[in-house]
Design a protein around this ligand. Structure first.
Ligand code: HMG
Ligand code: NDP
Length: 425
């Protein structure tokens, strides 16, 4: 652990990344191996990193793996996933393989529609303010569309308003939602610019003070739905199917279980979001808020059986991803991953992501309802544990396979095995 002398490094943001690395190393008292690790990771990447974020000193590589077997809306698709967690990609490959015979994943979407909120305060008549805003819809449309003519040219732009009065600890507030079709963009910048342009006008028309002007990540008008059918024969029998349903009912009724169940879904979702340079925090925030829309936090997915006894999975969630903007357009790896996916629209990307989330959920539930998660997950995790204890080259596979054979993937055992290998025993 470093023992930073002071967190104040004057002018760090004005230095080059190499100068920053030196300054941080000095301040944090880094040893040569830590400095080398940061400098090596930065090679060939730092120029872009320095453009993307502030005070960049290095980069952090996350593995990109390919999920096979996915069929989405009849199209075979190879899906790049960026994740540091073992067994996540294997789970998608496995689950997608098991529903190929029924056609894979079928999706639908409500379209690329985002909303921004403008908070109006200080009026004694918030309901009256609400109606005054509705009366100005034509002017609002003009202001919003004039803010982003390019978006309008591509077929997007202002669509509608929704004006709510909410109760808060400091009394009622009027909240204006501007609803915008953002086409192939995630749309944060477009809707935020529109909200900022519109806010002074809303104050002028209503007499209320405008304060916050920002998009909502609860993108409940940009919902994507995926469904798939797993034949009983591909699940491992009726007993496994019924146990998977019991696992789902547990998650849907208990927020402690729902959090983990949904984390499994997000294992798949966030990995594709990250691989395509999209904003993982935006997607995570929207997904969890949507899962709590009924007033309690529940499973993001739904599971049932069809008339033939097959297991049917359904996932419906907000999916505000883009192909334009953020890191998507400028990160070469994101661009290459989009090429692998072969998608030309944000809508097509969103459909694949939600399908991967559903596949991931199937894989985790099936593992949990049968062998338990440790068998598949820990078998793949054994290599990480071998690396953690310092195994190199051929040692890694030797340590990992001994751990798997023992059925105990533990660091203390890995250390013992490595010591034995090195002693030639
Ligand atoms: C791990 C498996 C897939 C093994 O599952 P298995 O049935 O033992 O696999 P298999 O060896 O019989 O192979 C079947 C297919 O799985 C795929 N597959 C199999 N192995 C690989 C591999 N190495 N790399 C790529 N693909 C692999 C591959 O498609 C293969 O077909 P093939 O191509 O050979 O014809 C299964 O046990 C599984 O899906 N487990 C769940 C893993 C999981 O969810 N991991 C996430 C980490 S745990 C977590 O964070 C979330 C959680 C679990 O807490 C969520 C929750 O609680 O709900
Ligand atoms: N709460 C949140 O989630 C927030 C997220 N963000 C960040 O915002 C970023 C995403 O913003 P986003 O607005 O998507 O990106 P950009 O503003 O970079 O890109 C969108 C813009 O690109 C132009 N454009 C060109 N071609 C198209 C097309 N085919 N479809 C749609 N627009 C097109 C449009 O017009 P024009 O170029 O004229 O503007 C559009 O407004 C992410 O990095 C995210 O992290 C930012 C703030 C808050």
């Amino acid at each position: 652990m470093s023992d930073a002398r002071s967190s104040r490094i004057e002018g760090l943001h004005k230095m080059t990344p190499a100068e920053r690395l030196q300054a941080v190393s000095r301040q944090a008292g880094l040893g040569n191996s830590a400095i080398d690790a940061l400098a090596t990771a930065a090679e060939g990447q730092i120029e872009l990193a320095d453009r993307l974020v502030e005070n960049a000193i290095s980069t952090m590589a996350i593995p990109v793996g390919i999920a096979t077997n996915m069929v989405v809306d009849g199209r075979e698709v190879l899906v790049p996933m960026a994740t540091e967690e073992s067994s996540v990609i294997a789970a998608v490959c496995n689950s997608a393989k098991r529903c190929r015979s029924t056609g894979g994943f079928v999706t639908s979407t409500s379209g690329p529609v985002m909303a921004a909120q403008i908070q109006l305060l200080g009026a004694s008549d918030p309901m009256n303010v609400r109606l005054k805003v509705y009366e100005r819809i034509d002017e609002i449309r003009t202001i919003c569309d004039e803010t982003d003519p390019l978006l309008v040219k591509f077929g997007g732009g202002f669509r509608d308003i929704d004006v709510r009065v909410i109760d808060t600890d400091e009394g009622p507030m009027t909240i204006v939602h501007i609803i915008v079709d953002t086409r192939d963009a995630m749309g944060a910048n477009a809707v935020n610019s529109m909200a900022e342009a519109l806010a002074p006008k809303l104050s002028e028309w209503t007499g209320a003070r405008s304060l916050l002007r920002i998009l909502t990540n609860l993108a409940d008008r940009r919902v994507v739905r995926a469904r798939a059918v797993w034949p009983v024969s591909e699940i491992g029998g009726e007993e496994v199917r019924d146990d998977m349903l019991s696992a789902y009912h547990f998650a849907d009724a208990d927020p402690y279980r729902a959090a983990t169940h949904n984390k499994g879904i997000m294992n798949g979702v966030s990995a594709v979001v990250l691989a395509t340079g999209n904003d993982t925090r935006a997607i995570e925030a929207g997904a969890h808020a949507y899962a709590a829309r009924d007033g309690w936090y529940r499973s993001m997915s739904r599971w049932e059986t069809d008339g033939d006894g097959n297991l049917v999975g359904i996932l419906e969630m907000p999916m505000a991803v883009g192909l334009i903007g953020g890191a998507t357009k400028i990160h070469p790896t994101a661009q290459a991953n989009l090429e692998i996916l072969g998608v030309k629209t944000a809508d097509a990307l969103a459909r694949i992501i939600v399908s991967v989330g559903l596949a991931q959920n199937f894989g985790a539930m099936r593992a949990l309802a049968t062998t338990g998660i440790q068998k598949g997950h820990m078998a793949l995790h054994a290599q990480n544990v071998a690396l953690m204890v310092g195994a190199v080259g051929v040692e890694i596979d030797l340590v990992a396979s001994e751990l798997k054979a023992l059925g105990k993937v533990r660091q203390d055992l890995a250390e013992e095995i490595l010591a034995r290998i090195r002693a030639g025993k």
